[in-house]
Write a protein that binds this ligand. Structure first.
Ligand SMILES: [Zn+2]
Length: 251
């Protein structure tokens, strides 16, 4: 198991080096080896708040999916913006085309089934995480490999990481800046290379997107595709290959 873990960490570092990125959580995963029995260590590293990279890039991530404003989609399409859409599965009924278009230069990822907090004992993590994997797999013909816990809760818990690992999650993604209600706020005073910006599918999404893009450009950065900067192994778990054959998305 320890050997398997080290192989994962090693391959993550190789992948990171190949893409010019280094994920902050790799080092802490190594630290865990000395403090807990190896059988308890989830393969998924702790959550990522910002990609460590020298590339002048930042990443736009948008959560939930209740509102689907057409003008925001038109703005994304006109500017070819790479968007990582973290969707809660109940919000996307009959909206396959909208979100596929929205994430054309990015990807669609997992933000739970019902938006229940992963920090509550009553939350059914199997349903919240793995049901979405199966549902999105059928709906979008690919399966998510990033997870954003609702409210950012219990993002590093072993229960969440183990459940994610069971059904194809490879990275848990947080953020270090957010844009909403016409304003930007920072975890660390400004945008840096590798910053991950949190937003929501709100009625005013277009306004907020324009603010995010302006702030990113003002910081000397360019919006980039988060999927290109996070290491992954692209192994489809067996539970997702039955009964429909699913393919991981092309990079
Ligand atoms: Zn949310």
């Amino acid at each position: 198991m320890r050997r398997a873990l080290l192989a994962v960490v090693a391959s993550a570092l190789i992948l990171s080096a190949a893409s010019g990125a280094l994920v902050t959580s790799s080092a802490t995963e190594n630290d865990l080896v000395t403090t807990v029995p190896s059988r308890q260590i989830p393969k998924i590293p702790k959550s990522v708040y910002r990609i460590k990279t020298k590339d002048k890039v930042a990443f736009i991530t948008i959560d939930d999916g209740v509102y689907k404003p057409e003008n925001a989609l038109a703005y994304v399409t006109a500017n070819r913006l790479p968007i990582t859409a973290f969707l809660s599965s109940w919000t996307i009924k009959d909206s396959k085309e909208y979100f596929n278009e929205f994430a054309r230069w990015g990807s669609i990822q997992n933000h739970s089934a019902t938006h229940a907090s992963f920090g509550k004992k009553s939350t059914d993590l199997d349903h919240e995480i793995c049901y979405v994997q199966k549902r999105f797999g059928k709906k979008y013909d690919w399966y998510p490999w990033m997870l954003r816990p609702p409210y950012g809760a219990a993002q590093d818990s072993r229960a969440v990481r183990r459940m994610g690992e069971k059904c194809g999650i490879e990275q848990i993604v947080m953020w270090d800046a957010s844009v909403g209600y016409g304003k930007i706020s920072y975890a660390n005073s400004k945008l840096r290379p590798g910053s991950i910006v949190l937003m929501h599918f709100s009625p005013k999404l277009k306004r907020d997107l324009k603010i995010a893009v302006k702030k990113i450009r003002d910081a000397g950065l360019t919006p980039a595709n988060l999927a290109d900067y996070l290491p992954r192994e692209s192994i489809v778990p067996e539970m997702l290959t039955v009964p429909v054959a699913l393919r991981p998305p092309a990079r």
